[in-house]
Ligand binder design. Structure first.
Ligand code: HEC
Length: 301
């Protein structure tokens, strides 16, 4: 069977160079994105390396305490003796009241222990010369804010959908993958992208969804790597890999008449979707016959 498109290996060299340049640049970009995740979210729980806790702290926040308390037990620990740190924490626990700030002697502690670094001249760290600067850190740590999540969500969806547009377009010229697997590989990143962004919002409401963040991120990564590697191999290494090398087994397996996993999934999806129409008809019939009249009655009353 000859495909209706030009297979990747048969494209002209300039097009191959264009595709390869794009894929390599995006691949390096993906690498930097992972490094950045490691350094921002990865440090959220105070330890290097990405864990579920990091994701929970980033989106849901560490609700067992305030940022000020965590810092006083963490990176600011050496800046004040035990008793004074305890006094500050107690003040925070008691509601961080402005009147108590002076009365409890907190102001004095902050002035002698913290203001030498945390002042107006310091850039990048908060100014504690006035209580307003400190107050923000005495609220419960609730993770990502609504504003930051909306911003990151739309940037992410617009930006990443473009990356997968072109990676998917290039990969759609692949000939070693069956149409079914191609559909899965091309469609999966979009499903995972939506799941990923949604999971951030869900994690903000419940920490359990941190697992979905990890799952969706991995799904995107796997489909990216699969499309990337298949495209590069087909363009430049078709003969050594798919004719003489390990890829030949893969082609045999592709052409075998036995049903593949994708075939089986396909059948299930088809059967299920053929049920959607009768199911929808049934639901709308029930709705019109039973529920809608009752709502009308209620509204009339
Ligand atoms: C030697 C300078 C220095 C002193 C003294 C100091 N800090 Fe800091 N502080 C920093 C630096 C640098 C950072 C940013 C790095 C970090 O978060 O660990 C920071 C960060 C913080 C943060 C987190 C700010 C944020 O945006 O997340 C808090 C809260 C804080 N300090 C509280 C205090 C308190 C309370 C004291 C006094 C007991 C104090 N610091 C004393 C240098 C100092």
């Amino acid at each position: 069977m000859t495909p209706k498109y030009t297979p990747l290996k048969d494209h002209d060299t300039p097009i191959k160079v264009l595709f390869t340049g794009y894929l390599c640049t995006v691949g390096i970009g993906y690498f930097f994105a992972l490094v950045q995740i490691l350094f921002t979210h990865g440090m959220a729980d105070g330890k290097f390396g990405l864990s579920v806790d990091d994701i929970v702290y980033s989106y849901y926040g560490n609700r067992s305490g305030t940022v000020l308390e965590q810092k006083l037990n963490g990176s600011m620990k050496d800046n004040a003796p035990e008793q004074e740190r305890f006094a500050i924490m107690e003040w925070v626990r008691n509601g961080a009241d402005i009147d108590d700030y002076k009365d409890d002697g907190i102001e004095k502690i902050i002035e002698t222990r913290c203001v030498m670094c945390h002042n107006k001249e310091a850039s990048g760290i908060p100014d504690f010369t006035r209580i307003e600067g400190l107050k923000a850190y005495t609220a419960q740590d609730e993770g990502a804010t609504f504003a930051s999540l909306t911003r990151v969500s739309h940037v992410h969806m617009f930006g990443i959908s473009f990356i997968f547009m072109f990676v998917g377009l290039i990969f759609s010229f692949a000939e070693t993958t069956t149409t079914q697997y191609k559909c899965i590989a091309i469609g999966m990143p979009y499903a995972f992208l939506v799941a990923d962004v949604m999971s951030w919002w869900l994690t903000k409401f419940h920490p359990w969804f941190a697992w979905l963040v990890i799952f969706a991120g991995m799904g995107m990564g796997i489909s990216f790597m699969f499309m990337w590697a298949t495209s590069i191999l087909e363009m430049w290494f078709f003969k050594p890999v798919f004719i003489d090398g390990f890829g030949s087994r893969y082609l045999q397996w592709r052409d075998s008449p036995e049903a593949s996993i994708a075939d089986r999934i396909w059948v299930v999806v088809k059967t299920l979707s053929s049920q959607i129409r009768p199911a929808a008809a049934f639901v709308s019939k029930q709705w019109l016959a039973h529920v809608w009249p009752r709502i009308k009655d209620l509204v009339k009353k």
